[in-house]
Design a protein around this ligand. Structure first.
Ligand code: SAM
Ligand code: SF4
Length: 365
């Protein structure tokens, strides 16, 4: 087997069958070869550098009802919160003072004008406060093109909207069939984001029941086809108070397998797409205490340490056993610094760390 994997990894171009074969690797020797190759490509195209995005989870109020997510609308057990502008600016200040250079604002989805205007004003305030120095990523769900434009013009320049799964049967199973959770709409939103001018990020959940290696390869091919600049993907984790948390409790593949699949996804995405930004996500660490370091070693180059205020952290629970909910922002930073240094990558402070893929595209125009 090892010989065949070596041969595939030495190619310049990969067929879909090659990628599926890489996704099916299940022995340590071949896994090491895969991760080594991905790390070499990371070093060549984006360097052994890690950029931070200070993550602020600004609200857990959501109009959507995704069947996997702990803060879905119908979960009555959630204590809902929305951070005030002042609270958010406190976190922004901390991120700025710690020289992170970029922040990410994430929340449940809302499309009402009050929310849209709140974000628009917030983005402008962050820009003014930092003299334009803080880069802003938004992850606020599906919106109209007009809304994406308003937030872009206010100063946001990256947007993360995961496609969750490109297998339509799985997508339908992940969401209620109520016409408010449509794959076509989510895909169109990615197109709007591109047209407006954002660096566009997407990703999927990994290790879902009935998801095959071919499905995962199709997800990566979707990133390529959509010319995606940034990838944020991670293993699926059960949440006990969700429909799928109950339905899938006994059939989901082991946590170890989901971490392994998550790492293979990072590695194969790096090998195929080369110069995109790829995050080692919290969910990886949720299933493996060393998940994020392993993610960096498999080719990721972005980390998103949370800067959400301690009093709200415990209410933004997308899945069970979310790591770090009792840690202060200082502790989160300290832990993360140690992890990155332990594998020999350099943490780059004071630079946005924009997607090189996006920059190269712009240079070609
Ligand atoms: N509401 C926005 C949206 O859905 O795009 C942004 C926030 S949402 C909580 C961010 C991401 O969390 C989702 O795209 C989903 O992939 C991930 N997520 C939610 N529940 C999860 C779970 N149980 N396991 C793993 N990831 C989950
Ligand atoms: Fe809401 Fe996003 Fe969770 Fe779906 S994944 S329920 S849109 S927060």
């Amino acid at each position: 087997m090892t010989k065949r994997i070596k041969d595939i990894l030495n190619q310049e171009n990969f067929s879909k069958e090659d990628l599926i074969e890489l996704m099916k690797i299940d022995n340590k020797e071949d896994l090491d070869l895969l991760f080594k190759k991905a790390y070499e490509i990371k070093e060549k195209y984006v360097g052994r550098k890690v950029y931070y995005r200070g993550l602020i989870e600004i609200s857990n109020k959501c109009i959507k009802n995704c069947k996997y997510c702990g803060i879905r609308r119908d979960n009555q057990k959630v204590e809902r919160f929305s951070m005030s502008k002042e609270e958010i600016m406190e976190a922004v200040k901390w991120i700025y003072e710690n020289n992170y250079a970029s922040l990410a604002l994430q929340s449940g989805e809302r499309q009402d004008e009050e929310f849209v205007a709140f974000i628009e004003d917030l983005v402008k305030t962050v820009k003014e406060f930092s003299n334009g120095k803080l880069g802003i990523t938004l992850s606020l769900g599906e919106q109209s093109k007009e809304t994406y434009k308003r937030w872009f013009e206010a100063g946001a320049h990256r947007y993360l909207l995961r496609i969750e799964s490109t297998n339509l049967d799985i997508y339908k199973h992940l969401h209620p069939m109520d016409n408010k959770h449509l794959f076509e709409v989510r895909k169109r939103c990615l197109e709007y984001l591109r047209e407006v001018g954002y660096q566009v990020g997407t990703g999927v959940m990994i290790g879902l029941p009935n998801q095959t290696e071919e499905d995962l390869v199709n997800d990566i091919l979707f990133y390529k086809e959509m010319d995606i600049d940034m990838i944020g993907m991670g293993p699926y984790i059960l949440h006990k108070d969700t429909p799928l948390g109950k339905e899938w409790k006994d059939i989901v593949v082991s946590e170890e397998k989901r971490v392994e699949l998550g790492l293979k996804m990072i590695a194969i995405t790096r090998i195929l797409l080369k110069d995109v930004n790829i995050a080692a996500t919290t969910a990886l660490q949720g299933l493996d205490p060393e998940g994020r370091e392993k993610g960096l070693l498999a080719g990721a180059n972005i980390l998103m340490p949370t800067a959400t205020a301690l009093e709200h952290k415990g209410k933004y629970l997308l899945y069970d056993n979310k790591p770090g909910i009792n840690d202060s922002v200082e502790k989160a930073k300290e832990d993360m610094d140690k992890k990155v240094k332990s594998i020999g990558d350099e943490i780059v402070y004071g630079e946005w760390g924009d997607s090189i893929h996006f920059k190269e595209k712009k240079n070609k125009i």
